[in-house]
Structure formats: structure tokens, C-alpha cells
Design a protein around this ligand. Sequence first.
Ligand code: NAD
Length: 260
Amino acid sequence: MLKNKVAIVTGSTSGIGLGIARALASHGADIVLNGFGDCSEINEIRTDIERDHSVRVIHDGADMSKPAAVRRLIATTIEKLGRVDILVNNAGIQFTAPVEEFPIEKWDAILAINLSAAFHGIAAAIPSMKDRGWGRIINIASAHGLVGSAHKAAYVAAKHGMVGLTKVVGLETAGSGITVNAVCPGWVRTPLVEKQISDIAAGEHISQQEAAAELLGKKQPSQSFILPEQLGETVAFLCSPAADQITGTALSIDGGWTAQ
Ligand code: NAD
């Protein structure tokens, strides 16, 4: 379905981004991995995907907190792989604290990586998508793009911003062959959430398993974590012809979290 398409997935050396990169590769897309980590581990991920799916995979370590680096990631992809058809804005970080204690540098970093990077990537990618008359932009927002939670001022503000950005760019590109959508996951058990589980376990002197159950119990009616593979197939669906008329929307994959 995605043969000869080129997909950039930001923050794809771990967690959800890696699940999305694997899914898009399984549908035939060439992949630009992005994100931090151990060089040899990243190279292993890269070669595994190449071998498993017979696609081209490169890694670009651009720092999504730096506007020029984000824009360069798009330009480098076009230079190296000839095009960019799919842009998945997924890189993200988390930090929790009451708003009056929220460190300024954490606020700035979360806004830069979780929101502004998507703006820069989209702005840089759209001209070449318009030239080809086809493009898919998928912004990985969150249930926190639709509802709030205490102690997550920066994250919730950034994710609500991501949903707003999705609507505006969806309108600006409607009818051009480009679609722009947000995906809003509930809890997925990745390193980003593992840290929050560990914080609960340490704070309440309970096991990691009990802390995970508490996390789910508070927000996610399904009482199960969402899998990166499921989000990968959601993104693949948004790249399929069935989704040609889906644009400017926010799709919840959250086990019922935001239905409450
Ligand atoms: P993760 O920590 O497993 O992965 C984050 C990825 O982003 C890694 O590849 C990391 O190297 C990369 N990254 C971090 N800072 C970067 C930077 N400055 N430049 C480039 N890459 C950077 O986290 P995850 O849970 O897979 O989260 C991925 C996205 O999904 C985030 O936007 C997150 O907000 C969102 N999300 C996660 C959950 C969840 O429950 N895990 C729920 C909803 C939304």
C-alpha cells in the first residue's frame, strides 16, 4: 500500500514512534527514523526493519527541540530519499509538577519538542507534498490533547496545541491531496510512562505492578495498556485510501478515557 512512499517518524528509536515506523515499513514505506539512543542499538533497529520489510531505512538524529534542526530533517530526507510523503510528528517528553513549581526550562523544552517541532516539520514538508498532490501528516497528540490532568501543565498545553494545529493545517490543505490528523492515545506502556509508574510506586511504597494498575484504574476504563503496534496500524490506516477524506480530526485510541 505504501510502496515508494517515504515516511519520517520523529522520536522513533523507542516506544510508540518505533511501533509506527515498523507498521509503515510493513506496508512498504521507506523510513526515516529519528530520536536519541545508543548508536549500535539504533543501527540494529534500522537494519532489522530493513531486513524484515525490504525497505530503505535511515536514521537522522536531529534534535526536535531545535527549529533549524527540524527543518533540516525534512530537507535532508528529500536530498537522501528524494521525497517526503508521510510525516509523523511523534517525538515527545513529559515532566510533572504543580504549575507554580513547574521549572521554566521544562516548560520550554516540552513546548519546543511536543508542539513547536510539529509546526516546523509541517511548514517544511508541505511544499513538496503540495507539488506531488499527496501527503499524510499525523500528529501524535494524546488523551491529554482533549482533557487535562493535574501537574501536567506543559504537556496538556502542548497536546491541546497539537490538536489545534491539526485543525488549522487540515483546513489549509483540504482538497490538495494532503490530510492532517491527530492521534490521541491513552496510556501506552513505554519508557515515558514507565517513569510515571515508577514515581507512583516509589511515592506510595507499592510494587510496579500495583502502580501500573492504579494508573490505568484512574483514567483508562479498558484497564489495559494500548500497544505501540495498534497505534502503528492506526497511522497506517490514516495513510490508506480509506482515509482520504479524514482530515483535521483527532482520533482517540484510549480505551474509553475521554468518553468519561
Ligand atoms: P518514549 O520516551 O518511549 O519515546 C520518545 C521518543 O522521542 C524517543 O525515540 C526519544 O529518543 C525521542 N526524543 C525525545 N526527545 C527528543 C528530541 N529532542 N529530539 C528527537 N527525538 C527526541 O515515549 P512514547 O511514550 O513512545 O511517546 C511518543 C509520543 O507519544 C510522545 O509525543 C508522547 O507524548 C505521546 N504519547 C504517549 C503516551 C503514552 O502513554 N506512552 C500516551 C499519549 C501520547
